[in-house]
Every structure is written in C-alpha cells, then in structure tokens.
Design a protein around this ligand. Structure first.
Ligand SMILES: [Zn+2]
Length: 541
C-alpha cells in the first residue's frame, strides 16, 4: 500500500447476494449486509459496496437465499439422547431377530447391571405389528436391565431386570396418566405406557428421580452436535425444543457456554418444573438469541399418528374418542397458574375435543386476568372447526401445526379420521384466513424434520401414494415458507429478530439450489440445500 491509497476501514461487514434473495419482507433486495451476527442493511450490491467500502462480497450465484428455517416444535435434546442408544429404526433393523442381535451386541460391551437402551423402535415396521415385550428382552440379557422405546416416545418395553430396577411388580398400580402392560393372567408384560415410561426414563416429565440415568454430558454434547449438523443440512437454523427438563437444560447450557451450540434454541420447559421456575422468579422470554426460555409445556391428549388424540366425533371405523392425559380441573389450574405468572403456555392439544377443553381453560384464565399479547400456543392444534378457529382468534393464540404429516403419515390418517375430517386437520388455510399466527413444526422424531418436505406437504396436501388429503387446506408456497420463518419467529416472541432478512434481524439464512416459490410444488422436497449460515457464520457444510 502506498501513500494516497485508501486506508480500508476495519469493519467486518459482509455482503451476501444471489440470483434471488427472498427476504420475507414487502420487496426482495438484491443483497444484504451483515455486521457481526446481524443484518444491518439491504439494497443493491452497488449501494451496499458504496456504503461499506472494504466489505467482503459473497455472491452465491444461481441460487435462492431464504431466511434460516425455524422448526418451532421438535425434540433436539431427546434426539441427542436417542442417538446414543442402540438404533432400532426400521432402516437399520428390519426384524425381531435383528433387533435382538443389535441389543445383544450392545449388552456384550456394557458392564452387567448397567442399562442397555434401544431407541427409534417402530413395531409396525420392524416386528410385524407385535410389540417386543419382557420375555423377548429377557432373551437379550438377564444380566442387564434393557429398555426399548418407541420412536414417538409414548411407550417403551423393559425386561425383567428392568422392571426390578424400576421397583415394579405384578402388584404395582398404574401411575396417574400411565399404564403398566399386563398379560392375560395379570402379570406385567414389560410394556410401559405414557407416565409409566416417563417416570422410568424422562427427567423432563418424571414425577421422581428417573431410574434410567441420562447418558454422560460429553456424549450427549457430541450427539447434539451431530444432530445439529443434520438439521443444518436441511436448512434449519432455529428450533423449539418442546420438552425440556433438567437434563436438557444442562446439555443446552453446556453447549452454549462452550460456543458449540450452532442452532438457536427456544425451550419449552416441562410443566412439572414450573414451581421451581416460579420460586426462582424465572418467567418465559428469559435468555438470549442463542438459547432462551420460550414457554411452559403441558399436554391434553394423545397422538395423531398413533390414533389416540381426543376427538369430538369418534374415530372413523370405531375405537372411541381417544385419550385425555390430564383432567379438566388440572388443565384449568395449570393454564391459570402459568398465565398469572406472566409466562406463556404451549399446550399439546391435537383433537378438537382436547382443543375445546384447552380453550375453556385459556378463556377462563384470560377473563380473570386479561393479558393481551400473552401469545399462548396450541402445540399441534390438529383438528379444528370454525368455532375453534374463532375462539383462537379472539384470544390471540398461536397455532403450531404439523408441517409434513399429510406427506409422511397420510396413509394412516384416512383410516383413523376419514376424508371429511381431514378437510379440517393441519388446517393451515383456515387458520391463516382467520388471521391466526401459525408456525412450522415437525415434532421430530414423530415426523420427519426436513422443512422442505413440510412445505411440499402444506402446498400439495399429497400423501406419499399421491392421494390428496384435505385439499381445502392448501396454502401457497410463500405462505408455507412463512410458517417456517416469520410464523415460527412469532411463536417464540422473536419476530423482531428472526424470520426475515432485514436490518435488525439475525443473519441466519439458507442457500438453496432452486427458488422454492417458483419450482413445481411437487418437487419442493427435492430442492438442494447448498449452505446454511447462522449469525453470518457458515455452519453447513
Ligand atoms: Zn412434541
């Protein structure tokens, strides 16, 4: 550099551009400039160069840049733990023999007396619909307690040493909200449903110290890192962890403290820990842009894909109305307490009867203590009708419906719910038309986490076999993208800093091979994710 040369100003502004930038604002800019982890300006490349001389310009070329995708409800800390267990997913083991062999291999390298755990089990796909029970697992080992958990986490099975470790005998009673499976003679068969499983292995929702200890922190950190890279590869930059307990908090805090948390995480803390939070004076929205406490999580009913959600009209083809996991009184009380404490609830309610009960509780809480802008959330909010939608609108609630269930679980849904009811399930169109904020969510591992598949599902409403389910609920590609950007940002109270590529927003973005607003919607899930950036730093590949 010689005299008279222009001295570069030592700012680290980066300018990003591509053939198309979809900013989720009124008009799309040609480029955006970032300082630190924030977007500070948008405009043409020429304007930004002039404003920030010396800035590095990155041109992604023939690509579309969209705001980082935000999955408002899934289970990253649970997945990190699952990844450390024996992988019993149908892609990995296809028969009871293979399942037993995989578990036995782990048992051989585990000291006697320590737990052997299998995760991601799906009996419908890998053991012909029959659930492996106590006797099958006793054949794996009687020197180790063995636990196998279904992919959706609502039930699991243990062997005889597992029952003994849990202190369960044939005389034990079912826990509230759970059930101990029994054979014809009343003997425990090792299958544990809902709370019976949670008490054993899920610190977030156990009523006492769980019997199965979480894996070591270092192992879980490594698994969380591995899982984060899977999510980044799908374009995800932010997630809601929809069931956090002490083990999850420990993991996420450790990851953040070490600078290893490449995802941004909005935590919904499980309701059993609410009292502790209150005593500490902790309320929701505490935390920063990397890790924050976004709400309190509770449940009303069962699962959509399992055919256990609570419906007003019985299941098509019989089978009753589904299950309720909390009494009306308990629900009313918990909603009121969280509401009065100035926090946000995110309540799992799938069926229309469950949602109506939740709305009763929310209306009562709001009437006694109006809190405009409380922005409570209905997690899943699967089966709605006009009245429900209107009640939600009046209360300013946020819906967090499944994005990809039509595409992924479509084959199961018709039998459970019937074509007519599917016209008011995952009801994105009805919700958006009523002006209700809706977020994008996968509920992974209960559904696939890939947001582009969810976009395709919401736009086409096509199941894997091509059948269209609930055609009236179709939304546009832009509306579908909004679910996973601006919608999820609103659901966590972060619409001021997430979901758009605009000044004052976080520089979280994804570089896609093709323009998701222009491709044939049936090809949305096939769009390649080239790069993912969080806070103007590349996190993938
Ligand atoms: Zn969930």
């Amino acid at each position: 550099m010689g005299p008279g040369d222009r001295v570069p100003i030592p700012v680290s502004v980066q300018i990003f551009t591509a053939r198309r930038v979809i900013a989720m604002t009124d008009s799309d800019p040609e480029a955006f400039g970032c300082l630190g982890e924030w977007v500070v300006a948008t405009g043409s490349v020429a304007e930004l160069r002039e404003r920030f001389p010396g800035a590095v310009v990155t041109d992604f070329g023939d690509a579309a840049v969209v705001p980082g995708l935000n999955d408002a409800h899934q289970h990253p800390t649970m997945v990190a733990e699952d990844l450390l267990q024996v992988d019993l997913s149908p892609e990995n083991v296809a028969s009871p023999t293979e399942i037993a062999a995989a578990l036995r291999e782990r048992a051989d390298s585990t000291p006697p007396g320590e737990w052997v755990r299998g995760s991601r089990y799906d009996h419908t796909k890998s053991s012909g619909g029959t659930i492996l029970a106590r006797s099958d697992l006793d054949e794996v080992s009687i020197e180790h307690p063995v636990l196998v958990v279904h992919v959706a986490g609502h039930w699991g099975a243990v062997n005889t040493p597992g029952l003994a470790a849990a202190g369960l005998t044939d005389d034990s009673e079912d826990p509230p909200g759970g059930e101990l499976g029994r054979d014809g003679s009343g003997r425990l068969n090792g299958i544990l449903y809902e709370q019976a499983l949670f008490d054993l292995a899920y610190p977030a929702v156990a009523r006492r110290e769980p019997v199965v200890p979480p894996s070591g922190l270092e192992d879980r950190l490594r698994a969380l890192g591995e899982y984060s890279r899977m999510l980044h590869a799908a374009g995800i930059t932010s997630v809601g962890d929809a069931l956090v307990g002490p083990d999850g908090l420990e993991l996420l805090q450790a990851a953040e403290r070490r600078g290893e948390l490449s995802l941004r995480v909005n935590m919904l803390v499980a309701y059993p820990h609410f009292d502790h939070m209150c005593r500490l004076g902790l309320a929701t929205d505490f935390g920063g842009a990397r890790l924050r406490l976004g709400g309190i999580k509770a449940f009303v009913d069962g699962a959509v894909a399992g055919g256990t959600c609570l419906l007003e009209e019985p299941y098509t083809g019989g089978g009753g109305h589904g299950i309720q996991t909390v009494t009306r009184e308990e629900l009313t009380e918990l909603v009121r307490r969280v509401h009065d404490a100035g926090s946000r609830v995110g309540v799992h309610a799938n069926g229309d009867r469950a949602i109506n009960q939740l709305l009763d509780a929310l209306e009562a809480a709001d009437e006694a203590n109006p809190r405009p802008g409380a922005r409570h959330r209905i997690e899943h909010c699967t089966v709605v009708d006009e009245k429900i939608v209107e009640r939600m609108r009046r209360l300013g609630l946020v819906a967090v419906p499944f994005g990809s269930y039509v595409a992924y679980h479509g084959d199961k849904l018709v039998g459970y719910y019937g074509m007519e009811r599917l016209e008011r399930m995952f009801a994105h169109r009805s919700l958006l038309d009523a002006g209700i904020a809706a977020a994008g969510s996968s509920d992974y591992p209960c559904g696939p986490y890939q947001p582009l598949l969810a976009l395709q599902s919401c736009v086409t409403r096509r199941a894997a076999d091509g059948t269209v389910l609930g055609d009236s609920q179709r939304i546009t590609p832009r509306e579908a993208l909004a679910l996973y950007t601006t919608g999820s940002a609103y659901a966590s109270g972060e619409e001021g800093i997430k979901g758009r590529l605009a000044p004052g927003h976080l520089a979280d973005f994804v570089v896609l091979d093709e323009d998701p607003l222009a491709v044939d919607p049936n090809r949305l899930s096939g769009i390649g994710v080239r790069e993912t950036w969080v806070g103007a730093e590349q996190v993938w590949p």
